[in-house]
Design a protein around this ligand. Structure first.
Ligand code: PLP
Length: 428
């Protein structure tokens, strides 16, 4: 057809350019990963053509027999992966998953308690610039200035004082594990629902390398594209159906199971048609994560992060909390007289991608920040191991020390480009 005869060289040239950027650089953004060829192919498939509002076998459109099967496989696989009893794989993103949960369990103006954004929390956990902070009344817990750790007694104190209806745990930049059992005890004490947003460490949780949130939290949300190594997207899960202990009602005022309330908060509550091509890619990624090789991957992600954190400490960097239990670390650059902004801008000249990040009790603006966040999910997928981590930290340290020396930064970049060509990356 006429529309299909148009050839878009502009965009495909740019995709080629982005592929080269990803291939040649060292990707240390903690929330990123590289998907497999089959995940990519599922995403770029004819499934993008299909409307499928509703759930498998309960659709508002015809012709959904095939996508019904695909979505059901995605649900079944993710349930097996996390030992969940219920899952909704339709949220378009992590933010959408969180929006749906809040729509299901809260009324506008209800109180929520989350981890402070400036200490490592996420925007959707009550930030004033986000729907969660505009529609609900947020309060926050944070880390201790001395240890960089969350003090559960303080969380309890704040919860007792604020009496939130929903407590949110999980973070974007917290390198330690969570005490879900303690948080559930706190939630029970104040009559709150407990939600864990495991977007960042979900791949490690799936392989039991960290505490199991499904054992204690009423509701779990996650993105699918970080340590889980799937397409960009979100999902919601529960292990126990918790039979709606809070007497929550649907928009018609009827008492319903939590699963039903959550399903209808996704659609029609916050979304229209599900992205079945992305759901298919999620199914593929969950299948990959069920394989024993993914356990090896998850372990290597953590080993790499721990090696990297220790090497930074050895070189005199301040790693918040003194190390990591998961895939990421947050580094306070003030002791090196650097800002997060300068670090990010310097490292990109050497083709090392990190993100500037506020550190707890930061005195600089979010555009500048005093820290950098680094994670190992992406480089571990490329095949890098502990020894490579030592080399990467050496390059980072060298680059930061020479942030005003472009010749030096170029030399480092050339070495990195050469090195990274040895590690395969599927194109498209
Ligand atoms: N929740 C947490 C803890 C996150 O770190 C993120 C993403 O960075 C999100 C939610 C949002 O996910 P998305 O970007 O897919 O909306």
């Amino acid at each position: 057809t006429a529309t299909h005869s148009y050839k878009d060289t502009t965009i495909f040239n740019l995709i080629e350019q982005e592929y080269k950027r990803q291939l040649h650089g060292i990707e240390l953004i903690a929330s990123e990963n590289f998907v497999s060829e089959q995940v990519m192919r599922a995403m770029g498939s004819v499934l993008t053509n299909k409307y499928a509002e509703g759930l498998p076998k309960k659709r508002y459109y015809g012709g959904c027999e095939v996508v019904d099967e695909i979505e059901q496989i995605a649900i079944d696989r993710v349930k097996e992966l996390f030992g969940a009893v219920w899952a909704n794989v339709q949220p378009h993103s992590g933010a959408q998953a969180n929006a749906a949960v809040m729509l299901a369990v809260l009324k506008p103006g209800d109180k929520i308690l989350g981890f402070d954004l400036s200490h490592g929390g996420h925007l959707t956990h009550g930030s004033p610039v986000n729907f969660s902070g505009k529609l609900y009344q947020p309060s926050f817990y944070g880390v201790e200035p001395e240890t960089g750790l969350i003090n559960w007694d303080k969380v309890e104190e704040i919860a007792m004082r604020e009496k939130p209806k929903l407590i949110i745990c999980g973070a974007s930049a917290y390198s330690r594990d969570w005490d879900y059992a303690r948080l559930r005890a706190i939630a029970d004490q104040v009559g709150a629902l407990l939600m864990a947003d495991i977007s960042h460490p979900s791949g490690l949780i799936a392989k039991k390398l960290l505490n199991d949130p499904l054992e204690y939290c009423h509701i779990i949300t996650t993105t699918t594209h970080k340590t889980l190594r799937g397409p960009r997207g979100g999902l919601i899960m529960m292990r126990k159906d918790f039979e709606n202990p809070f007497g929550l009602k649907n928009p018609k005022g009827e008492l319903r199971m939590m699963s039903e309330l959550l399903d209808s908060a996704v659609f029609p509550g916050t979304q229209g048609g599900p992205l079945e091509h992305v759901i298919a890619a999620k199914a593929v990624a969950f299948g990959e994560a069920l394989e024993p090789s993914f356990a090896e991957y998850a372990q290597q992600v953590r080993k790499n992060a721990q090696t990297m954190a220790q090497e930074f400490i050895r070189r005199g960097y301040k790693v918040i909390s003194g190390g990591t239990d998961n895939h990421l670390m947050l580094i306070d650059l003030r002791s090196k007289n650097l800002t997060g902004k300068l670090a990010q801008e310097t490292l990109i000249k050497a083709d090392i991608t990190i993100n500037k990040n506020a550190v707890p009790f930061d005195d600089k603006s979010p555009f500048v920040t005093s820290g950098m966040r680094l994670g190992t999910p992406a480089i571990t997928t490329r095949g890098l191991k502990e020894n490579d981590m030592l080399q990467i930290v050496e390059w980072i340290d060298e680059a930061l020390q020479n942030h005003d020396n472009d010749t030096k930064l170029n030399q480092i970049r050339e070495k990195i480009n050469l090195q990274m060509q040895k590690y395969p990356l599927f194109a498209y």
